[in-house]
Design a protein around this ligand. Structure first.
Ligand code: F6R
Length: 368
């Protein structure tokens, strides 16, 4: 049942191309993006003037990633908030606010309460969920199911990638309804998403080197993760995986914040994982990251750099270089996350931990 793997999580990491393909399947037809159980009309989508994503943990990170794409495609303001904070605030909402509740299980107590809190204030709620008929989709106005299949490992992997893809579909559906993207542009974005399962499969074919690195890092005291733009939430996700699986101190930072404090943590030999943007994307993002890596390397950090194949500029600054295929900037999180999952799982295994059942954690957090 673990498909030849010692742990469900490792099988679920391998299943990611399929999880992504299944999540996208059927959502583009007749030249249009289609959402499931769509009890929101095109007019409702056109009326949306603000999007708020509410979620916990990795699902929250999927929202942080999607914010970049949804704002870019729709020109709508997008807020992303931890459900446990949102539910106790007095957020500014009305019927033109679209609240997107992202939850693999569909049963997370804080996310469910956030949905109720939003509906009381007449906001429309769209659930992005991996579990048919769960409570969150039942209490929402519309549902977009991720079809990642059952996720048994406590740490989210394939459901997380599926959440990113589903959030992107929400963004494209809004862009289509609002006319902020021409139909051929929506079609092109969808085709680019559809190419991602193959890109993930390619990354999965090159993880041996990441596992070897994981074994080398097993005795580290702490690992830092740095990213910028969509790479920033990827850094947060990489750190969360390492905390929960390897019980190691790990923190993700926005690279631009280094000088505002975190650079003081850098010392000789400290592993720092850096998620590099594509050199073919926005040049300024890339060059800023190169200077961030050179700064931490100059202070003795052991740099582990995830970068696009053929990115020669980062080579001199990378103590370990993990190459990933070239993909559009907004889609890079779908592949840059994968080596971070593998790294965390391998460090945890080298330390002798059960990666399917990390201590103190439950798969579905139905108590607060
Ligand atoms: C991390 C992880 C958790 C969940 C969070 C939300 O690997 O699995 O952080 O992402 O508990 O769970 P769902 O998506 O079921 O609401």
């Amino acid at each position: 049942e673990k498909g030849g793997h010692d742990y469900f999580m490792l099988k679920e990491i391998e299943e990611q191309p399929e999880a992504l393909a299944n999540t996208l399947r059927g959502h583009f037809d007749g030249g249009r993006i289609i959402l499931d159980e769509q009890r929101l009309s095109d007019q409702d989508l056109r009326d949306v003037d603000k999007v708020i994503v509410v979620a916990c943990g990795s699902a929250y990170h999927s929202g942080l990633i999607a914010k970049y794409a949804i704002e870019h495609w729709t020109r709508l303001p997008v807020e992303v908030e931890l459900a446990s904070e949102f539910r106790y605030r007095d957020p500014v909402l009305d019927r033109d606010t679209l609240v997107v509740a992202v939850s693999q299980s569909g049963e997370t107590a804080d996310t469910l309460e956030a949905v109720r809190h939003a509906r009381e204030q007449k906001a429309r709620v769209l659930a992005v969920c991996n579990t048919n008929g769960a409570q969150i989709p039942r209490e929402s106005d519309a549902v977009l199911y991720t079809h990642a299949g059952p996720e048994i490992g406590v740490a989210s992997t394939k459901a997380f990638l599926a959440q990113i893809a589903a959030n992107y579909l929400v963004g494209l559906a809004l862009a289509q309804a609002r006319g902020t993207k021409y139909p051929d542009e929506v079609a092109r974005e969808f085709r680019e998403l559809e190419a991602m399962p193959d890109a993930v499969a390619r990354v999965l074919g090159t993880t041996e080197q990441v596992r070897a690195l994981g074994r080398e890092l097993a005795d580290s005291k702490a690992v830092l993760f740095l990213g910028r733009h969509v790479g920033y939430p990827v850094a947060l996700e990489g750190a969360l995986k390492l905390k929960e699986l390897a019980y190691m101190h790990a923190e993700g930072f926005a690279a631009g914040e280094l000088k505002h404090g975190p650079i003081a943590l850098i010392e000789e030999g400290l592993p720092v994982v850096v998620v590099m943007p594509s050199p073919k994307g926005r040049a300024v993002l890339h060059s800023k990251m190169v200077s961030n890596i050179s700064e931490i390397q100059a202070r003795g950090a052991r740099t582990i750099v995830i970068a696009e194949e053929g990115d020669e500029t980062v080579r001199p600054f990378a103590d370990h270089l993990i190459e990933i295929p070239a993909v559009p900037t907004l889609l890079q999180p779908l592949i840059s996350t994968v080596p971070l999952q593998v790294l965390a799982a391998e460090i945890a295994r080298s330390r002798g931990y059960d990666v399917d059942k990390p201590r103190n954690l439950a798969k579905s957090v139905t108590v607060e």
